[in-house]
Design a protein around this ligand. Structure first.
Ligand SMILES: [Zn+2]
Length: 517
C-alpha cells in the first residue's frame, strides 16, 4: 500500500514538473497581479500593481492597494476570455534588460546562438545590440526569426563592423561614405568602429548620423593617438564602448600613452598590462581638463557604455576564472578559448600577477570615478557585457556589470535605469521599450526577490541566504522573462543550457580544469 502511494506521488510530482512550460504565449491578454513595480525611469518601487498586457503591448498599469492590506477585487482589471493571469504577489516586476554590447558568439568561442540567447533571456535580457560578430547577414537572419518568434531569442539590434565586406578596407572618405550608405541599404541598425584615419572616421560618422543610424566605437590603440573619444563625439558617434580613447582625450602632459619601448600590440599581455596603467596618465579627477572633457561629451549627448565586467579578470583573475557558474554553464570550447594563450583575444595571462592586478584596481577606481560623475552631471551611461571573452559568461556577466555600476557609486535604481531606459534612449527606441508604460512593448522581468536590496539575486544561480532554520538556501534567479509576447520560464531556459553543455562535455569527455593543472 505504501509502495502504491509512493508511485502515485511520484507520478503526481512528475506531472507537475511537466506542466511547467519553457515558454507560453503570446496571449490575447495577460494580467500580472499584485506585483511590486520597479520601473526603469528612476521611480521608486510601488505596489501592489496589476499590469495588463495584450499580445505584446502594455495596456494598463493599475495600482490596486497598499502593502499588507487586502486588495479589493472589484477595483482590479478583469480577465478577458482566453487571457492568462500570473499571481505575482510578493514578486518584483522590472523592464527587460538591454545589453548594449552583446556579441552573439564567434566561431573561436564555439558558442552557438541558441546557447547564448537562452543565457541572455534567463537573465532578463530582452534586447541586445550585437556590435558586429559573424557578419551582418548572420545577425539579420536571427533578428528576423526572433521578431517572428520562430526561435527563442531576445530582440536584436544589428551593427556592422565598419568596412566589413570591402575587399581592401576603406581607403578614402568617399569609399567610407558609400560603404555607410550601403550598410543602411543592407538593413543594419548601425556601425561598430574600431578606429581609422581621421578623415575616414569623420566622413563615415557624418554620413551615418545623416542617415539616422546608431554608432559605437572601440577606440583601438592603433588609431587612438590621432582620433580619441572627443574627436568621435564631435563627429557624431553616438556611443563609445569600453573605455579606450577616453583617457587619451584626458591627456594633459603627453599626447601618446606611455608605452614601454619593447611594447608590441600583437602581444596580448602587453596590451592589457599597459592598459592597466592608462587612467593614471590622464588628467586627475575634477581637474579643469577632466571637467571640460566630461562636460563637452555630455553636451554632445554622448553615451558611455563602459562594459566594466569584461576587464574584471584584470584586477582579479582568480575571481573570474573560479566563478561558480562555469562548472554547469560554460561550454568546453569557451573554456578552452579563455585559457592563457598567445593567440586567443583576451587570454593575456602570460604571467599575470599581483603587480598587474594592483595596477588594474587603481585603474578601475579612476575609471569608475569618471563614469559615476558623468551620470551625476546628467550624462547617459548604459549597460553592456561583451561576454564570451576573458572568463565572462553570457547573461551572468551582464548581472556582474550591474554590480560594478553599483560599485561605481550608482544607486540601485540608477543601475536599473542604466540597464533599461538609458539603453533604450541610446538606441533611439525609448518610445517602444526601456520602461513599463502604457503603449510600450511588454519586455518584462519577474523575480521573487527585491533586486534593489541585492543585485546578486538576478544571477541564474541565485543568491546565498541562511533561512530561519539555519539552513543555506538559494534565493532568486529571474523567474519569468517576458519578451515579444512570450513568457519564458527562466529556470527551465537554464536547464536547457545545462543540457547543451553536458552533451558537449560528453562528446569530448571534458571536465573543467584550471590553467596549468
Ligand atoms: Zn566587443
Amino acid at each position: 500500500m505504501k509502495k502504491l502511494l509512493f508511485i502515485f506521488l511520484l507520478i503526481l510530482s512528475s506531472l507537475s514538473l511537466f506542466s511547467q512550460e519553457l515558454s507560453e504565449g503570446p496571449f490575447p491578454q495577460l494580467i500580472i497581479r499584485g506585483v511590486t513595480l520597479i520601473n526603469g525611469n528612476g521611480a521608486p518601487p510601488i505596489g501592489p500593481v496589476d499590469v495588463v498586457v495584450e499580445q505584446d503591448k502594455i495596456t494598463q498599469i493599475r495600482t490596486v492597494g497598499y502593502p499588507g492590506i487586502e486588495i479589493n477585487s472589484n477595483k482590479r482589471p478583469k480577465l478577458k476570455k482566453g487571457g492568462k493571469e500570473i499571481d505575482a504577489s510578493g514578486m518584483y516586476l522590472l523592464p527587460g534588460f538591454i545589453d548594449m554590447h552583446g556579441h552573439i558568439g564567434g566561431e573561436s568561442q564555439g558558442a552557438d546562438w541558441d546557447y547564448v540567447f537562452k543565457l541572455w533571456l534567463a537573465h532578463g535580457v530582452t534586447t541586445v545590440r550585437e556590435p558586429s560578430g559573424r557578419g551582418l547577414d548572420f545577425t539579420l537572419d536571427l533578428k528576423k526569426r526572433a521578431e517572428k518568434n520562430e526561435i527563442i531569442a531576445p530582440r536584436i539590434v544589428a551593427y556592422t563592423s565598419f568596412g566589413q565586406g570591402s575587399e581592401n578596407g576603406i581607403k578614402s572618405p568617399q569609399e567610407a561614405i558609400s560603404w555607410v550608405q550601403q550598410n543602411k541599404k543592407n538593413g543594419a541598425d548601425g556601425i561598430k568602429f574600431f578606429g581609422a584615419d581621421p578623415e575616414i572616421m569623420k566622413a563615415a560618422l557624418k554620413e551615418n548620423k545623416k542617415l539616422g543610424l546608431g554608432s559605437a566605437c572601440h577606440h583601438a590603440q592603433m588609431s587612438v593617438a590621432r582620433w580619441n573619444v572627443l574627436h568621435s563625439a564631435r563627429a557624431g558617434l553616438t556611443s563609445m564602448e569600453h573605455w579606450y580613447g577616453l583617457p587619451e582625450a584626458l591627456f594633459e602632459d603627453r599626447t601618446i600613452q606611455n608605452y614601454p619601448l619593447d611594447y608590441n600590440y600583437q602581444n596580448e599581455q602587453h596590451r592589457f598590462e599597459e592598459a592597466g596603467k592608462l587612467w593614471k596618465q590622464a588628467a586627475a579627477p575634477y581637474s579643469d581638463h577632466w571637467n571640460s572633457v566630461m562636460n563637452e561629451l555630455i553636451d554632445l549627448d554622448f553615451t558611455l557604455d563602459p562594459t566594466f565586467n569584461i576587464y574584471e579578470a584584470s584586477r582579479d583573475l582568480h575571481r573570474a576564472r573560479r566563478a561558480e557558474w562555469h562548472e554547469k554553464y560554460t561550454l568546453p570550447s569557451l573554456w578552452k578559448f579563455y585559457e592563457p594563450s598567445k593567440v586567443s583575444h583576451g587570454s593575456y595571462w602570460h604571467f599575470w600577477g599581483t603587480e598587474q592586478e594592483v595596477a588594474w584596481k587603481n585603474n578601475f577606481q579612476l575609471w569608475m570615478t569618471f563614469i559615476n560623475e558623468y551620470k551625476n552631471r546628467g550624462g547617459r551611461v548604459t549597460t553592456g557585457s561583451d561576454s564570451g571573452f576573458i572568463y565572462q559568461l553570457y547573461g551572468f556577466a551582464y548581472i556582474r556589470e550591474l554590480e560594478l555600476l553599483r560599485e561605481s557609486g550608482f544607486h540601485p535604481l540608477e543601475v536599473i535605469r542604466s540597464a533599461t531606459l538609458n539603453g533604450a534612449e541610446a538606441l533611439g527606441m525609448d518610445k517602444k521599450i526601456g520602461s513599463i508604460e502604457i503603449g510600450k512593448q511588454a519586455d518584462l522581468i519577474l523575480i521573487e526577490e527585491n533586486p534593489l536590496k541585492n543585485l546578486k539575486v538576478l544571477y541564474g544561480t541565485g543568491a546565498i541566504k541562511l533561512n530561519k532554520d539555519n539552513k543555506v538556501v538559494r534565493v532568486g534567479g529571474v523567474k519569468y522573462t517576458i519578451s515579444n509576447g512570450v513568457i519564458y520560464n527562466s529556470k527551465l531556459l537554464l536547464d536547457e543550457v545545462e543540457n547543451i553543455v553536458n552533451s558537449a562535455k560528453e562528446k569530448s569527455s571534458f571536465t573543467i580544469k584550471q590553467p596549468g593543472d
